[in-house]
Design a protein around this ligand. Structure first.
Ligand code: ADP
Length: 268
């Protein structure tokens, strides 16, 4: 127990230690942005540099979050706050918000589901993380222009809910399909590649899906596209076990989360 307590304390300290300085830098940048009114004395490059600084703060935050989460998720004390939530609504909200966020690049994001509503036991914050992670990969690996398309579908089959995220991107070679859910795995590791990332996203996604007693699979064809399918069991939990939904203001920080999750992608 003592060991577990030390670990717990370590994680909360390290999260604080890593995140606080970036938040301070970000706040300072925001302050400069509002006080730095364009005028004669303003250096025309200041805005550009501030953008670069901001983007890189978000990238650091994404890496830290992923490192912390991926280290913590497989331990016993990782908190999953199950609530009875409308899974269709949450996936729709995340997809629509992403669609709006990436409207400047030529990749279409479409939510397409016949299912209107389905209440299942899940942790809404973790579901958001799962969908955002897969969607950001889909955008990252789909070329802007040329009719690039990402289709998100939610459907019910037997005792499960399926969430499918399909893209028309570069695809994944067949011999790499099993590896992409392992930590630090990237198909193209070369430093000259035109995508950033740390290879932790899908490892985290898989652990989070496992925590929901679900399953994630992928189908892909090189040069044609990829489809990630998440299967979640349909079950509800009793009110006594469910965490009060009021604790979680579902969509309030979604925009901020998207900014962090998409900070790796150039051109947005
Ligand atoms: P990263 O931070 O590098 O994106 P992930 O764990 O999220 O890490 O993904 C691991 C690797 O799987 C990626 O680097 C990429 O090679 C491959 N990958 C994931 N999603 C897709 C996709 N939709 N299309 C093509 N390749 C993908």
């Amino acid at each position: 127990m003592e060991y577990e307590n030390i670990r717990k304390e370590f994680f909360s300290n390290i999260s604080h230690e890593l995140r606080t300085p970036i938040n301070v830098i970000l706040s300072a940048i925001q302050l400069i942005e509002v006080t730095n009114i364009p005028g004669k004395s303003q250096n025309k490059f200041v805005g550009k540099y501030l953008d670069t600084m901001k983007r890189n703060c978000y990238r650091l935050m994404r890496t830290f979050n992923n490192i912390i989460e991926v280290t913590k998720v497989d331990t016993d004390y990782y908190d999953i706050n199950f609530q009875n939530i409308d899974i269709v609504d949450i996936v729709r909200e995340v997809t629509e918000e992403v669609e709006e966020y990436i409207k400047d690049i030529e990749v279409k994001v479409i939510f397409n589901s016949k299912l209107k509503e389905k209440i299942i036991a899940a942790d809404p914050e973790k579901i958001e993380n799962i969908i955002l992670n897969i969607l950001s990969n889909a955008v990252k690996f789909t070329k802007s222009g040329g009719g690039g398309k990402i289709i998100v579908n939610v459907f019910e089959k037997e005792e499960s809910i399926f969430i499918s995220i399909e893209d028309t991107g570069i695809g994944i070679p067949e011999d790499k399909l099993d590896m992409i859910f392992e930590k630090f795995t990237q198909v193209n590791k070369s430093l000259t590649r035109n995508h950033e990332g740390s290879g932790m996203g899908l490892a985290l996604v898989k652990s989070l899906v496992d925590k929901h007693n679900g399953r994630i699979t992928v189908k892909s064809s090189l040069g044609v596209g990829s489809e990630f399918i998440i299967e979640l069991p349909i079950r509800n939990i009793s009110d006594e076990v469910a965490v009060e939904a009021i604790n979680y203001n579902t969509y309030s920080n979604l925009y901020e989360k998207i900014k962090i999750e998409f900070s790796d992608i150039y051109g947005i």
